[in-house]
Design a protein around this ligand. Sequence first.
Ligand code: HEC
Ligand code: HEC
Length: 331
Amino acid sequence: MASVVSPRFAGGSYEDSLRFIYSQDPARWPLPDVRTGVRWNELAALPHRDTDTGTAVVRLGKLLFFDPRLSESNKISCASCHQPELSWTDGRERSLGHEDQSNKRNSPTILNSWFYTSLFWDGRSRSLEDQAFSPINSETEMHSDMPTVIGKLRKIEGYVTLFREAFNDEGINPETLTEALAVFQRTLSSQPADFDRFLSGDRKALSDEALRGLHLFRTAAGCMNCHNGPLLSDNGFHNGGLPVSTARRADQGRYEFTKDSSDIGRYRTPSLRDVTRTGPWMHDGSIRTLDSLPARHLAAQLRPQQVSDLIAFLQSISADPPVFRRPALPQ
Ligand code: HEC
Ligand code: HEC
């Protein structure tokens, strides 16, 4: 059990003592409430990533990401479902792809995707290079296939030059295409948020509500069992409490990939960075307001004030995406 925040400061409020405690080095914070055996990492500032966005490969990957010619209809690009203005999501419960077919899952942000040890809600992909094949081929996404896309790109003069600049003589092929997309996506990270400013010494950066929410998140609400570390994900797979259907066509979560029955209804713990900007939430987008989340997602009965404190904390780990200019596409 975590140590409770006590004794209170003489004359100080509960919030003052929380502010004092959490202004210390995180090694001195109260231990989080986690179940026996759970391996956890402390919450921490967003890691600084030195990404050179000026390289030829990154520039190429960015163009490809925004290019609808990667789809059969020439209408859907990666950015249709991962829009920079919406923190790289599509704001829908479930994505709409080729001919407005509904995808069975919610489109996650691609910010910080470099951090995950496996990709997709069910973890079926091991790398961003491997992942990029999937939407191009998917019937409900871009509805094309690699040979067709490669054939199309080879006829676009601008790309012939750009691939040469990025990959010398390797040319336009599935490996260079997916590598460019992956390298571009690795340059995308969340922006520092209020919580990061608090950790770097700005004691006013967190409101009283957010501080209470931070403490609740780490202790009584039990969130740290799964959402921990700087990105607030353990990279593990869990049942998030939504009803699991065993109907044949229903989404079975990680089971669809592993065929291990203990994985039915399990999904990868999503990072909570920028989470107030990436709704609707959960693998099926079924949670549309964050105040309804705790009741449906693993938390014990929380009082309304505790719910709003938790949301204030989630706001403090969310930042606006930087203004991002969509590139002009090569002809
Ligand atoms: C029609 C909408 C749509 C299009 C187009 C699309 N995606 Fe996605 N993307 C999704 C959905 C939905 C998921 C989650 C699917 C799942 O988990 O089964 C996803 C997942 C991802 C992930 C995994 C993120 C994570 O946290 O695991 C990455 C990376 C990604 N897409 C990149 C791309 C790239 C690159 C392209 C273009 C080649 C692309 N997407 C095109 C909807 C789309
Ligand atoms: C047992 C592990 C576990 C615990 C404990 C847990 N979560 Fe989650 N969380 C998950 C998983 C797994 C998902 C995705 C579930 C799904 O889509 O069905 C998720 C999803 C979420 C989402 C939606 C994110 C998105 O991008 O859609 C939020 C917000 C969230 N959790 C916050 C919390 C908070 C706040 C707590 C504490 C009250 C908490 N979680 C406790 C594992 C956990």
